[in-house]
Design a protein around this ligand. Structure first.
Ligand SMILES: [Mg+2]
Length: 235
């Protein structure tokens, strides 16, 4: 079994630190009028968010601007994450990670819109070691243009094959996430999807976006572990 965790509002909360850090990066580069208002962040890939921000603020979507925003984002994110009370794992996450990490029949990874450097900073700030995750698909790893979250499960599955020397069937891959984007990327690839309502989407909204199962949070460790491992699509 391969379990792929979204990061923001699935594993952790950093109280919008990413959005604020991107806003600060934009203000440094382009002036105080730079705004993030009107751009959707939840469940989206960081490269697409940066392109939207550049467009919204009337700036060229160039390699130079993309790289400058990415660097500025990391610069501003670090100090914000370590402010008291900002960074925390969500309910049940540490216990569930302990449980699945202890199993030899389970491999875990992140499948996230985050860049690896800033996603790793967020996890570490919440007491989660990025090194626990061996089969990852990060936000800048879509092999297609334009990139899309839908492209990421196959990236993780290819990594699984490299690591284990054998392929994994899509039905043995579970994506855990807090937005309809997480459900969609799982479903179009034939993977199972577990929705967790610790983000902005309600339980009802997550159910109607196609998750095979939806939970309020990840704190029912035994029950969630059993569902993850039973291989069935149904709720
Ligand atoms: Mg999320």
């Amino acid at each position: 079994m391969l379990i792929l965790f979204d990061i923001d509002l699935t594993l952790i909360s950093t109280f919008g630190s990413g959005m604020h850090a991107l806003e600060q990066a934009g203000k440094d580069l382009f002036g105080a009028s730079f705004t993030i208002k009107g751009v959707e962040f939840a469940g989206r890939l960081d490269p697409l968010i940066i392109d939207d921000l550049l467009r919204l603020n009337g700036r060229a979507v160039s390699a130079e601007h993309r790289e400058a925003m990415r660097r500025g984002y990391a610069t501003h994110l670090g100090p914000r994450l370590v402010q008291p009370g900002v960074s925390r794992p969500l309910p049940g996450v540490m216990a569930l990670l302990d449980r699945v990490r202890a199993r030899r029949d389970v491999e875990i990874g992140v499948l996230t819109g985050n860049f690896p450097e800033t996603g790793g900073m967020k996890l570490r700030a919440c007491g989660i070691d990025p090194g626990w995750f061996n089969v990852n698909a990060w936000g800048d790893e879509s092999p297609h243009d334009p990139p899309d979250r839908e492209h990421l499960p196959p990236v993780a599955m290819a990594r699984y094959r490299e690591r284990h020397g054998r392929a994994i069937e899509a039905s043995r891959v579970v994506v855990i996430g807090d937005t309809p984007h997480d459900a969609r990327c799982a479903l179009v690839n034939g993977c199972r999807a577990l929705g967790v309502a610790t983000g902005l989407s309600s339980i009802g909204a997550l159910r109607s976006s196609g998750f095979h199962r939806v939970v309020e949070n990840l704190s029912e460790t035994d029950d969630i572990e059993a569902w993850l491992l039973d291989g069935k699509m149904a709720r």
